[in-house]
Design a protein around this ligand. Sequence first.
Ligand SMILES: Cc1cc2nc3c(=O)[nH]c(=O)nc-3n(C[C@H](O)[C@H](O)[C@H](O)COP(=O)(O)OP(=O)(O)OC[C@H]3O[C@@H](n4cnc5c(N)ncnc54)[C@H](O)[C@@H]3O)c2cc1C
Length: 402
Amino acid sequence: MKKCDVAIVGGGPAGLSFANSLSSSGLNIVVLEQQDLDSIETPKPDGREIALTHLSLKIMKQLGIWDKIPEEHISYIKKAHVLDGDSDYTLKFDTDKTSIQELGYMVPNFSIRKGCFDAVRDKSNVTIVTKQKVTSILASDKNSIVSLEDGEQIKAKLVVGADSRFSATRRMMGISADMHDFGRTALVCRMTHEKLHNQTASECFHYERTLAVLPLNNNVSSIVITLKAPDAAQVLAMTDEEFSEDTARRFGYELGKMQLKGKRFSYPLMGTYANKFYAKRFALMGDAAVGMHPVTAHGFNLGLRGADTLAQLIIKANKNGEDIASERLLRRYHRNHRNVSRPLYLGTNGIVGLFTNDKPFAKILRKGVLRAGDKIPPLKNFITNQLTEEKNSSIFKGIFSS
Ligand SMILES: Cc1cc2nc3c(=O)[nH]c(=O)nc-3n(C[C@H](O)[C@H](O)[C@H](O)COP(=O)(O)OP(=O)(O)OC[C@H]3O[C@@H](n4cnc5c(N)ncnc54)[C@H](O)[C@@H]3O)c2cc1C
């Protein structure tokens, strides 16, 4: 039986960045990924453009991931506009008169995944095993035994489940999760346009659907449309020309004529929140711990932050000769990550609920919320901190955390 210190199930961005965070510790790490090597070595574009916060940028730089991302794949958000229904009122955020240069950074998901892989691939204490599905985990006081589909077994001091929001390891360890099916779908694609976007991200809460237009390089924008699942099927069935014209019209021709560039991708919208982030000799990470609705763009940002938190605790324990998977350590990780993620998760679901509710009271309330966001400077500063994670604070902290 093979032995290691930490076995990470899932070679997605969360699992690989965690392996990277731990690599300096000298611990022996094995990443187990069910897909083949090619899928994680040269991931294909999947339509997702990830908005990264300042904190994520800092962590990615420290881990050497940022250096692996080609310069031309990075674009900058300098301004953000939030529009509501048919109202002509816009809540605006910008970097003018602030100490920050950017509100956030846009990087394609496939480029982040490749960057995470490239940064860790040559680390001598990290082994990446592909085309291997984990079938069971048996935890005892001293070790855990991970069984693989081909019958092989690996003994580890700690097992980390980073195997997506539909995590099988979470279930294997008996950890329950709140799952919320929004009944909606996110359609994502890239579009070119006549007018300049001026590095402005726009979030339009139209009735029935939301439309986000996020600035990329070379007069291209990332489009994220969320709508009811049956409506998504209709939009996917449109010809490229029909879709382009429909999107430009719904955006009020703010960017002039728009043209679809490449494919449209769709994702069913499902939120998940594990009720505990640990079990005996086991921790949950990334979407397996917290699977966010993409409207507030916090999924990977949170995954990265959680990976960093757990890695720091393990590195310290290892230096002090302590157990790297003690209950005390894992409970600390759980508490810390819960304090950061719970308010964001509930806050995001609250925003989705309010801004997709077309009842008259909700329409009035959302208008009030946007105006309050603009007129109350501390609230506006709070929201800006949320967008950037510049001060690592959380707008909803204290309101929702328990
Ligand atoms: C439309 C959309 C837009 C988004 N926009 C943003 C954004 O702007 N900002 C942001 O921060 N986040 C965003 N996100 C969220 C972000 O994409 C995710 O949070 C992130 O990709 C999750 O990474 P992960 O590694 O946790 O999971 P995944 O990427 O799902 O990776 C899990 C890995 O585990 C493997 N696996 C699964 N089961 C097993 C098993 N049994 N054995 C072995 N391997 C297994 C899978 O093959 C996979 O490689 C968006 C998401 C969507 C859908």
